[in-house]
Design a protein around this ligand. Sequence first.
Ligand SMILES: [Zn+2]
Length: 243
Amino acid sequence: MTPDLEKLLALHDLDQKFVESRSKVAALAKDCEKIEADYQEFAAGYLTAKEKVTAAQKRLRQLEEDLAETQQRHEKYTADLMKVRNQKEYGVALHEIDVAKKAIGQFETQILEAMEEVKMLETELSRFSPDIENKRQEADASIAVCREQQADLEAELETYRSKRSEIEAVVTKPWLDRYNRVAKLRAGSAMAEARNGACSACRMTLRPQVWVEVRQGEIIYVCDHCSRILYHRPEAKVETMEA
Ligand SMILES: [Zn+2]
């Protein structure tokens, strides 16, 4: 086999592995999404209940802030009452104190109601325990495994990339260009094995002389029909390479 053909074949093997690993990465990404989606589906009721608790807690906090603010206002006007200089200012302060008092009463009632609501919603939420936590842990563990496998494959892809650059540097340029061109046209597969006198990719029968010479591997041929670079691996050699 000519050195160029050997290197092109190595490139071909590498590219096949690359495509395989890349599709595994894509499949794993889908697996991760599916795990999360399954959890979300399982947890739909829980998540709704949790949202309700969060919203009720937020409402409660807001009411408490409003109450504190109104209490401050009440204190301010009570203090103002001591400093009034005329009947009009006295009237205004009294009125504001009255308004604040009423508001404080309303806020206090609303806070009690909101506290009741939070308590009720929290009870409702607690009914999902401990199943939901267990399910979450399971999902997280599965996702972690999935991500780990993804990372391993990404590292593999990186190795393929650097190996490819090494080979690219030593293949004769016109052959490398041809390889890349055909690979682009043929979904990443620039080479085809010649088997039983035909191109195994497009099934085109080779001229007898070409078939002989492809087997000898001393001249590089391309398939007349699909333009793939032809190679031939004797059976024994295939086994060794796979082993
Ligand atoms: Zn062909």
